[in-house]
Design a binder for this molecule. Sequence first.
Ligand code: NAD
Ligand code: LMR
Length: 339
Amino acid sequence: MFRSVARSAVGKHLLRRGYGTVSLPDRKVAILGAAGGIGQPLALLMKLNPLVSQLALYDIANTPGVAADVSHINSRSEVTGYVGEDQLGQALEGCDVVIIPAGVPRKPGMTRDDLFNINAGIVKGLCSAIAKYCPHALVNMISNPVNSTVPIAAEVFKKAGTYDERKLFGVTTLDVVRAKAFYAGKSKANVADVNVPVVGGHAGITILPLFSQATPKANLPEDVIKALTKRTQDGGTEVVEAKAGKGSATLSMAYAGAVFADSILKGLHGVPDMVECAFVQSTVTELPFFASKVRLGKSGVEEVLGLGPLSEYEKEGLESLKPELKASIEKGIKFANQS
Ligand code: NAD
Ligand code: LMR
């Protein structure tokens, strides 16, 4: 159903962004875990997105206040808060896109895999509800460990008979955001012009930034490339340590989650050449899930793009990450099929 948007601030904003039209389809987006450290700023950023007509904010606690607060912003979407499992179905019904930042974050000294015991069950429950209430929605998984939670989601959807590999994404945009910021710092390029693909997964050495493909080209020496790679891989830990027990990245993640969701929505809207890195079902390597560039379209993933030429250092990184990524994927699949 299409709704005609008046030539308001929203309409002008879209024209500036090159849509050339003010006729926008209705799109419902839900955030599960909306009252959390990521959920709240992500709710704010999604409220600012003119492609969203309905924003459903779900959490097990505190969503009425977040929803009331965000709803006062004078942008297009209507905002509703849902709290507790009884209201999860209502939050999900009719959703086009579901974003999941529900679950516990790391504390110093923990790996993302240490979150598995709690977050795997949370994700499994939420995905069962998605299969029931909005089986055709595109699902953006933020909850860690992404290398396992995405395979869990896939298994839940397969069991429910709703799995569509084009519609499930592990959000790895924060790795790209970090790689771009760190590369711009070293290359002195204008950060707004920088592009760096990041492939593999979303944990430690499974995060593989491809600085050999970074643009604008900067011919940085090998030791600088190695340091940039390590900093990108350890970016999450850098924030966890700086927050000293008060959680992990929330603001940069909300930004990254909003950038990715915006591209997903633009793909649904038919905007051509929407390409983002994401952790998806893949045949790029022998692993069943892998992060690489994907072209987004009206049904989600239109094309999983290949890796392109790799440097020797990146080729080594690719081989080194495979055993860990394989184990994390298998752990998720096993968990989902246990009970
Ligand atoms: P947080 O603790 O601040 O917020 C999590 C929210 O999830 C809380 O409000 C909590 O009530 C809610 N929640 C718990 N169980 C739920 C359920 N069953 N249904 C709905 N909501 C539920 O944590 P955070 O900092 O927002 O991080 C959330 C997750 O995102 C963590 O797992 C973290 O590791 C992950 N994360 C991923 C990335 C990434 O790049 N993919 C980046 C940063 C953080
Ligand atoms: C990140 O990369 O910041 C997130 O995955 C959170 C974490 O635990 O590092």
